[in-house]
Design a binder for this molecule. Structure first.
Ligand SMILES: [Zn+2]
Ligand SMILES: [Zn+2]
Length: 138
């Protein structure tokens, strides 16, 4: 079972691309916000609270023609973030830098340089920076 895929689940939950069935969205978003602000110890403290509050309940499942595999109910996204933080580092959790966007992402780039949630936000930010430069006459 790939636990980091559960971190992607957390990202989808926070970004509103999955329904927030267990009321985790705001708490998970806070973990990203703290980590992104460099407050790694506070991010970890919050994760520990969430790990206790939303325990992982593994269940063997088979669906859509797949073999038996494990599902982590409820606490899966929290566990996924815990694995990213402990195996890759808290600085891997990011919040999009685009001014009007507040989506989050897990930075899996080799040089930890990711700043935007998507290509779309990256090019939007580039255009904004270009316009700002032209305006200031540089
Ligand atoms: Zn499944
Ligand atoms: Zn974005």
């Amino acid at each position: 079972m790939d636990l980091t895929s559960y971190a992607e689940l957390a990202v989808l939950l926070i970004n509103g691309e999955l329904p927030d069935e267990n009321g985790l969205r705001e708490e998970l978003a806070s973990v990203f916000a703290l980590a992104d602000a460099g407050k790694h110890e506070e991010a970890v403290e919050l994760l520990n609270v969430l790990l206790a509050r939303h325990p992982v309940r593994p269940q063997i499942s088979a669906h859509d023609g797949q073999d038996w595999h494990l599902h982590l109910s409820e606490g899966g996204p929290v566990m996924g973030l815990a694995v990213v933080v402990t195996e890759l580092g808290a600085d891997r959790l990011g919040v999009c830098r685009e001014a009007r966007c507040s989506k989050v992402f897990v930075d899996t780039s080799s040089n930890r340089s990711r700043r935007y949630c998507s290509e779309r936000c990256a090019s939007r930010a580039n255009v904004a920076a270009y316009r700002a430069r032209r305006k200031s006459g540089r």
